[in-house]
Design a protein around this ligand. Structure first.
Ligand code: NAD
Length: 347
């Protein structure tokens, strides 16, 4: 079986690529086990769940990722006499893995945890790397920890029940992984992206495995986001602003952000116009948006308020090739001018 290893200061994690939820019973190693999942994952997949001491089902969606729900989970686990020889398992997308990971990291000052990742986004990004957190006062992931899960099981078959938007949403992060660090992955999405969307099999496992490897490699070099981990934010500065204003899916907004980052890279003579056009085509071919009609003022305002802002500059992730990204500080004034330029129809 295909495995990747995260070797962090906050722990060691094995990522089982293209694996199956049935692997859980081997990884349990006789421990008491509590499963945290959401109502959609439970509805579609509970028959695959192994026996557990308790299965706790939270409402689906981002609104469950908050301190009140965390507190309710603590209470249920304490009532069930949880002890240090217990395994907490999050089975779900990034919402569930963030929530379960945070509960496991903080209850009893740390209980072992593992994840079964059931969305594309969780399999290539959210479940890997040990970051977990909850939202507070409308701010995302402002309370959290960095602590590696013991393992992550990526079960590709469970992705078949995702709706089309959720499936494509995660593929945006797959394209991102290719763009920042794996040209062959980008090319795989270029040649087979639409087929992967249509069939949800074939080269899907290969694409997800390669994308997970990009995340693992970055985390292994920079677990606490002091430098290289920022490369994972390609498309996110602009994408977060679009997401905030329009409330569109995260991956959709990041797709538009990646197109903008590619065009910015062309303007700075880092990337060829041909490569930027290829990027746009790959994104569009799998059904992700490449543009949105928003005014520069609203976008600039949202970007300035983003927590990654640093004084009058923003650390923007640009591309100097397909498969290679660089963090570049850009003055807000330059960004504003460029966004205005980008709004004009280009040849
Ligand atoms: N910790 C990190 O490093 C990190 C990185 C990126 C994103 N995140 C977090 O991840 C979350 C987004 O992740 P997501 O997109 O997976 O969202 P999600 O977990 O909310 O899942 C999206 C939707 O799909 C449903 N779902 C999940 N698996 C399913 C399946 N197999 N079949 C049918 N439906 C299924 C869920 O119930 C939900 O309605 C956000 O909270 C974000 O902050 C964390």
């Amino acid at each position: 079986m295909n495995q990747l290893q995260v070797q962090g200061h906050s722990g060691h994690s094995t990522i089982y690529i293209d694996s199956a939820i049935s692997e859980l019973k081997n990884l349990r190693r006789g421990r008491r086990m509590f499963i945290i999942t959401d109502e959609n994952v439970y509805r579609y997949h509970s028959t695959l769940f192994p026996d557990a001491d308790e299965i706790i089902v939270v409402p689906a969606g981002e609104s469950s990722k908050n301190l009140e729900d965390v507190s309710r989970l603590y209470e249920r686990l304490i009532d069930a006499d949880i002890d240090r020889n217990t395994l907490i398992i999050g089975i779900g997308g990034g919402m569930v893995t963030d929530l379960a990971g945070f509960v496991a990291a903080t209850l009893l000052r740390g209980v072992a945890c593992g994840f079964v990742a059931t969305t594309v986004l969780a399999q290539v990004d959210a479940a890997i790397g040990g970051k977990n957190g909850v939202n507070i006062k409308g701010y995302k992931n402002l309370v959290g920890t960095i602590r590696q899960p013991e393992f992550v099981i990526n079960d590709t078959a469970m992705l078949r029940t995702l709706n089309d938007d959720q499936f494509i949403n995660g593929l945006s992060e797959v394209i991102k992984s290719g763009l920042i660090a794996d040209r062959a992955l980008f090319e795989l999405m270029e040649t087979h992206g639409p087929q992967i969307v249509a069939t949800r099999q074939g080269l899907l496992g290969e694409a997800l495995g390669r994308a997970a490897r990009v995340k693992v490699d970055v985390v292994n070099r920079d677990e606490f986001e002091s430098g290289e981990r920022r490369l994972l934010n390609l498309g996110h500065t602009y994408g977060h602003a679009v997401e905030k204003i329009t409330r569109m899916h995260h991956g959709f907004a990041v797709a538009i952000g990646m197109v903008v980052a590619a065009r910015l890279s062309v303007q700075r003579n880092m990337l060829s116009a041909d490569d930027a056009a290829r990027i746009e085509q790959v994104i569009a071919a799998i059904g992700l948006p490449v543009s949105v009609d928003l005014g520069t003022d609203a976008l600039m305002d949202a970007m300035r308020k983003d927590k990654k802002r640093q004084s009058d500059k923003v650390n923007y992730v640009l591309l100097d090739a397909i498969g290679h990204a660089v963090v570049t500080p850009i003055e807000y004034s330059e960004l504003e001018r460029t966004l205005d330029d980008l709004r004009r129809p280009h040849a």
